[in-house]
Design a protein around this ligand. Structure first.
Ligand SMILES: [Zn+2]
Length: 177
């Protein structure tokens, strides 16, 4: 249960991917940790753990952010396209506008939803948010004498980690500043 680093006893000082790399891996339905295993078991069902490296993926709390991002992008693209069509083309039949653009919006949404969620999972992994902080801490602990250093964590790991783990003495009074 506490087995977080599937890499095993090796991998003493793995800095992990950059946050851009982790987001890109998630966007491509790849594990943000190793880039090999898949994030999703079904359409939007995140696997419990990576099938390749064993990194636990169930820590993610993507929640409503992926659909929000998808709505933001699709709304702007389709909305602009509708307006441009109306302004630039004459005699576009109403039935076309009322059927074509909703279909485009639906197709774009379905295509973007999984990549968006994967990217959010990758971002949460890269920032060490929620239970992912334990992975970062475990990696730092594996490197003796090293503080939590992960390139681009910006020290954000500490309050998040304390909050997520709920360890004794920390976390309780350490709400987000
Ligand atoms: Zn993996």
């Amino acid at each position: 249960m506490i087995e977080i680093r599937g890499a095993g006893p090796a991998a003493p000082e793995d800095p992990g991917p950059s946050w851009v790399g982790a987001v890109a891996r998630g966007f491509r339905n790849r594990c943000p940790h190793c880039g090999e295993g898949r994030v999703f078991g079904r359409f939007l069902k995140v696997r419990h753990a990576c099938e390749a490296c064993g990194t636990e993926l169930h820590h993610h709390r993507a929640d409503d952010l992926p659909p929000y991002l998808v709505i933001f992008v699709v709304g702007h693209v389709v909305g602009l396209a509708v307006l441009e069509t109306e302004m630039r083309l004459d005699d576009v039949p109403l039935w076309f506008q009322m059927t074509f653009w909703p279909a485009v919006a639906l197709a774009m949404s379905l295509l973007l939803l999984q990549p968006a969620k994967g990217a959010v999972v990758g971002l949460q992994y890269a920032l060490g948010m929620h239970g992912f902080a334990a992975i970062r801490r475990g990696r730092a602990a594996a490197a003796p004498g090293a503080e939590v250093q992960d390139g681009e964590g910006n020290g954000r790991d500490d309050p998040e980690g304390g909050r997520a783990r709920g360890g004794p003495g920390d976390g309780a009074g350490l709400h987000r500043a």
